[in-house]
Design a protein around this ligand. Structure first.
Ligand code: BGC
Length: 322
């Protein structure tokens, strides 16, 4: 049987409110989630010898999450990933967003869904967070009611996203956890074996906006349909890392998307989704300057993200609104 407990995690500055931490515990996993950004702050899981480690990157306290940091564990929105030049049209009207990753808009803008306090509700096997994103927030049209629900059942953590808009608006929600299955704080993810069930991927320009081409993975570095050892694979293909959308061929029903295996510990992460894409990001911009949990520093390639979502810049790209 699982349990859910709640505790105070910290106080926001200037009377901004109390951030709470929810601990979801099953026989296989312990997951900590805070009401700031619906952020997963820890996932503890045993190795084959029964030794537990925390396998997600993050911070020991609220101050860590409030500093400038690369979305560790957070829910990102209103639109995850990039919107080219921060502009798009809805019903003939143009909208302009802040260019917080020049020359594009990234992960919802300057103060996206990762940088707000959500209202929690404890469930028997999880926690639900909700908030209302006001009309015009970060430049997006319409009011958006959002619910993010985490539930834990044995070894399976389910994240369910629901949103209701008062008018047409782009929405793309995902979770931005960085995993290291050897245990967070381990120097890299090179000994992780990665499989992504995708026949095609989206090539990008130098600002990481898809070029419009849906390219076959066959015969390229992006063919991850059979397991590859990440470090060797990056070397073989002279790649700086992955930061790409893989196109999933599954239906809108929940389907298998990716598997990452860490042979030394015996830990395996499997990802299933109802979404048409997954952004595979290998922590290319991590640079070892953040002070993480238990004295960890996070150098380049010390964590990976599998962000299930709609295709990047979908609002501007014909044929990607699936
Ligand atoms: C993006 C990266 C970005 C990272 C952190 C990922 O989702 O694809 O380009 O650097 O988030 O901001």
């Amino acid at each position: 049987m699982g349990s859910v407990t709640r505790a105070v995690f910290g106080e926001l500055p200037s009377g901004g409110g109390t951030v709470e931490k929810f601990r979801l515990q099953s026989d296989l996993l312990r997951v900590d989630i805070i009401s700031w950004g619906c952020t997963i702050t820890a996932i503890e899981v045993k190795d084959r010898q029964g030794r537990a480690s925390d396998v997600v990157l993050g911070f020991a306290d609220l101050e860590g999450y409030l500093q400038k940091q690369p979305y560790f564990g957070a829910v990102v929105g209103r639109v995850a990933n990039r919107i080219a030049k921060g502009t798009f049209k809805v019903d003939g009207k143009e909208y302009c967003l802040a260019l917080n990753k020049e020359p594009n808009s990234l992960h919802g803008g300057v103060r996206g869904f990762d940088k707000v306090l959500w209202t929690p509700r404890v469930l028997s096997n999880g926690v639900q967070f909700s908030r209302v994103s006001p009309d015009g927030e970060e430049g997006y049209p319409g009011e958006l009611k959002v619910w993010v629900t985490y539930t834990l059942d044995g070894g399976e953590l389910v994240v369910n996203y629901r949103a209701q808009a008062s008018q047409a608006t782009p929405v793309n929600l995902t979770n931005h956890s960085y995993f290291n299955l050897a245990g967070q704080g381990s120097p890299n993810i090179y000994d992780h074996e990665v499989t992504i069930e995708a026949d095609t991927y989206l090539p990008v320009d130098e600002t990481l906006i898809p070029t419009g081409e849906v390219a076959p993975v066959q015969g390229t570095a992006f063919d991850l349909r059979k397991p590859v050892e990440l470090g060797k694979h990056l070397q073989d293909f002279h790649l700086n890392g992955f930061d790409h959308n893989f196109c999933l061929k599954g239906s809108k029903e929940k389907h298998f998307c990716a598997r990452v295996r860490h042979a030394a510990s015996g830990r395996v992460l499997e990802v299933y989704t109802t979404q048409p894409g997954v952004q595979f990001y290998t922590g290319n911009f991590l640079d070892g300057t953040l002070k993480g949990k238990s004295g960890a520093v996070y150098p380049k390639h010390s964590g990976f993200c599998l962000e299930t979502q709609n295709w990047p810049d979908a609002v501007n790209q014909a044929g990607t609104d699936l």
